[in-house]
Design a protein around this ligand. Structure first.
Ligand SMILES: Cc1cc2nc3c(=O)[nH]c(=O)nc-3n(C[C@H](O)[C@H](O)[C@H](O)COP(=O)(O)OP(=O)(O)OC[C@H]3O[C@@H](n4cnc5c(N)ncnc54)[C@H](O)[C@@H]3O)c2cc1C
Length: 463
């Protein structure tokens, strides 16, 4: 048995940084990773997908040569092997960086293997038993496989196996019309695949406002991506290269047949094989580790960070979890998860940058909602770039004057939304931003304009 001050299980987006902080503070730390260092974001999530989104964007722009005044003689040919090797190089650089960092860290011992609790303070890794008073879980999650008749008999892809695709599927059928499905769908359409997205709900990205879902549907349809909404998947059949998904749809035929099937219907936490029962750590009914506002589990000395605690499903929420735990343990702070404002992006082109509440959520919560909205067609930076899809929307509380949220679906929306996010953290009245002078020509320069055009939410009138 080897005893440490702290054991960190998983090297996702919080574990490595926490290991570095604890080890630098003089604690002896064990870090356990069973697969690839860096976890989902680095190996089969954010980094590789955004590398592929960049390739797809370049192809898309090249095809639009006429719009910009150039001719690509000979046409555009996508080399999927090169797309993949570029992606692998970008992702590999990060993975190696994390691994070298952990292996080179003073006071830190790395273990490769699957970690499982033996008791509240003991963890088995292969033949070794590690012991510590403090244990931090950063075990992340994996793609969820839905229960659909026939699915176990046909080949399917998920976000991890998509990373090995170095060919062009002739027709990629995607189950799930949310972030992962939309990002893969648009990129493979741009690479040259035919793409059908099947969504069981009545609209894409259902937790966003209806106008956001509608604008995203419009964007993907412009690129001839087939979308089947209200689809109840009844069954999957076929074999390699010829897969049929039987769907029930409000319109369109009940069957979609494609060459490849991608499952993008959600994620589940990696908590079923951790031996949590041996430690007495509670999980909720969806398998997430139950934590308090400071990310402590029900067992003293055990914390859960990142996707496995169900308090966020993003790299930045996982990293923020690290910051909270480290500040509370090492800096005498009392930071809480509930102090953070939710923010995320959907990295289709153009991207959706989101901060805080949607308009519908703000109305539901009883705020006196004011909205400023402008189509990207009226944003000069967007029409200079000939990228005018989408809109900017800001949601304000008319009484407190605080900004409640924003949805920027448009070129640069993923960056510009941070102006809103930071004003929300500052709890500044919207008038501070309204009077700020922003740089021309940028997307952000319209934020003061929008805030000068606030009007009562039409949703509030409707409800
Ligand atoms: C396709 C896709 C695209 C995404 N794009 C974005 C994006 O653009 N922006 C964004 O913010 N987020 C994105 N995400 C989400 C993001 O990847 C995760 O939220 C992020 O990686 C945080 O994960 P984590 O820190 O909880 O753990 P993870 O990154 O999932 O890492 C967990 C690690 O723990 C290891 N592990 C698990 N169990 C054990 C065990 N018992 N013993 C030892 N090791 C173990 C795993 O091998 C893994 O390395 C995307 C996700 C996917 C799937």
């Amino acid at each position: 048995m080897k005893t440490f001050d702290a054991i960190i299980i998983g090297t996702g987006q919080s574990g490595p940084s926490l290991a570095a902080r604890l080890a630098t503070a003089g604690m002896s730390v064990a870090v356990v990773e069973r697969h690839k260092f860096g976890g989902t974001c680095v190996n089969n999530g954010c980094i590789p997908t955004k590398a592929m989104v960049a390739s797809a964007y370049a192809v898309h722009l090249a095809r639009r040569g006429n719009d910009f005044g150039f001719v690509a003689d000979g046409g555009i040919r996508v080399d999927m092997k090169q797309v993949k090797s570029r992606k692998d190089a970008i992702s590999g650089r990060s993975r190696v960086g994390v691994e070298n960092w952990m292996r080179g860290l003073k006071n830190c011992t790395t273990y490769t293997g699957h970690a499982r609790f033996r008791s509240a303070h003991e963890v088995e890794v292969g033949d070794e038993v590690l012991k510590a008073d403090k244990i931090f879980l950063n075990v992340g999650g994996r793609a969820l496989t839905p229960e659909i008749p026939g699915l176990d008999r046909v080949p399917s892809l998920n976000n991890s196996s998509m990373m090995d695709v170095d060919f062009l599927p002739s027709h990629l059928v995607i189950l799930g019309g949310s972030y992962i499905g939309l990002e893969f769908g648009q990129m493979f359409r741009r690479f040259g695949s035919r793409v059908t997205i099947i969504e069981m709900g009545p609209r894409l990205v259902q937790h966003e406002d209806e106008d956001t879902s509608a604008a995203i549907l419009d964007i993907v349809k412009q690129e001839s991506i087939d979308v089947r909404l209200n689809a109840t998947c009844l069954g999957v059949s076929g074999g390699p290269g010829n897969i049929t998904v039987r769907v029930e749809c409000a319109d369109g035929g009940p069957v979609v047949t494609g060459s490849h099937l991608l499952l993008a219907v959600g994620r589940k936490p990696n908590t079923d094989d951790l031996g949590l029962d041996a430690a007495g750590v509670a999980r909720d009914k969806r398998g997430y580790v139950v934590v308090d506002d400071q990310l402590q589990t029900n067992v003293p000395g055990i914390w859960a960070l990142g996707d496995c605690n169900g308090k966020g499903a993003f790299t930045h929420t996982s990293y923020n979890d690290f910051e909270i735990v480290a500040a509370n343990l090492l800096d005498g702070a009392s930071r809480r998860v509930s102090d953070r404002i939710m923010a995320y992006a959907l990295f289709i082109d153009p991207p959706l940058g989101r901060a805080g509440l949607t308009e519908a959520e703000a109305v539901r919560k009883g705020h006196s909602v004011l909205v400023g909205k402008r189509a990207m067609e009226r944003v000069s930076r967007a029409f200079e770039k000939s990228e005018t899809n989408g809109f900017m929307k800001i949601v304000v509380d008319g009484k407190s004057k605080e900004i409640l949220g924003a949805a920027f679906l448009g070129t640069g929306g993923d960056e510009a939304v941070h102006v809103i996010l930071d004003a929300m953290y500052a709890k500044a009245p919207y008038t501070v931003l309204q009077r700020a002078m922003h740089i021309h020509p940028t997307v952000s320069e319209y934020i003061p304009t929008l805030l000068g055009e606030l009007a009562p939410s039409a949703m509030a009138v409707r409800t």
